[in-house]
Design a protein around this ligand. Structure first.
Ligand SMILES: CC(C)(COP(=O)(O)OP(=O)(O)OC[C@H]1O[C@@H](n2cnc3c(N)ncnc32)[C@H](O)[C@@H]1OP(=O)(O)O)[C@@H](O)C(=O)NCCC(=O)NCCS
Ligand SMILES: [Zn+2]
Length: 196
């Protein structure tokens, strides 16, 4: 594609390999590397030193802060926020001498609206439910329910969080935006989004 036809921005210090799809309005800032087969949605923002490995899918409206690497096997749905230097993994038991290759990678799915705090680690093979919030420095070693606030090492659920980002402090109605929730087996789901 010629520079004129591009509907997204890539800073000249970054490398985009052949066979990559990047959506309209996406901005890729300094020193990033996007590898073959990656599919990146619209209106995303990638900070400095972001790496997207082969065949990784990133949805629309995602924001990746500085120093985030998305390894093969990681998938981000829409509006995922990755705090600075948060870490994904794709091999549960790595050995330099016995590399597993593609077949050995464990998948990690980060669902719509999730926020991951600075320096948090998501151990591979897990799904983080929609609108969950992972605290700074947490290490996620389990599946995470929707809207869960997860803190610590290993990360435990300490509260629920609203779609707007406010902690629910044990309530099922957000004091900030008025969204109402109900508890399900997968976490919280919106019961009424009528704003008060
Ligand atoms: C998790 C978070 C949302 C909690 O915020 P909060 O509700 O205002 O929490 P408070 O500061 O009132 O702390 C409540 C308790 O949780 C603890 N706590 C807060 N953040 C924590 C974290 N990331 N890990 C472990 N414990 C944490 C506090 O020490 C405090 O403990 P105490 O009750 O024993 O004193 C916030 O601390 C956080 O980690 N946000 C992510 C920030 C980030 O990484 N942004 C990236 C983009 S800049
Ligand atoms: Zn809210």
């Amino acid at each position: 594609m010629s520079e004129q036809e591009k509907t997204y921005f890539v800073h000249p210090s970054s490398f985009v390999d052949d066979g990559v799809t990047i959506g309209t309005g996406t901005k890729i800032w300094h020193f990033c590397h996007i590898q073959t087969g990656a599919i990146i949605g619209e209106k995303c923002s990638f900070g400095q030193n972001v790496n997207v490995s082969n065949n990784v899918h990133v949805g629309n409206g995602c924001k990746l802060q500085n120093n985030v690497s998305l390894y093969e096997g990681v998938e981000l749905e829409d509006y995922v926020f990755c705090g600075p230097s948060c870490v994904f993994t794709n091999d549960l038991t790595p050995r330099a001498k016995y590399p597993k290759g593609h077949e050995g990678y464990k998948k990690t799915l980060i669902k719509t609206g999730v926020s991951i705090g600075a320096n948090a680690t998501i151990v591979c093979g897990h799904t983080v439910g929609s609108w969950a919030m992972i605290g700074a420095g947490a290490v996620v070693t389990t599946n995470v329910p929707s809207h869960a606030l997860m803190l610590g090492v290993p990360a435990k659920r300490v509260d629920w969080v609203c779609e707007c980002g406010e902690r629910l402090h044990g309530e099922l109605t957000c004091s900030h935006c008025g969204r109402k929730y109900r508890e399900t087996e997968e976490g919280l789901e919106i019961f009424s989004s009528e704003q008060e």
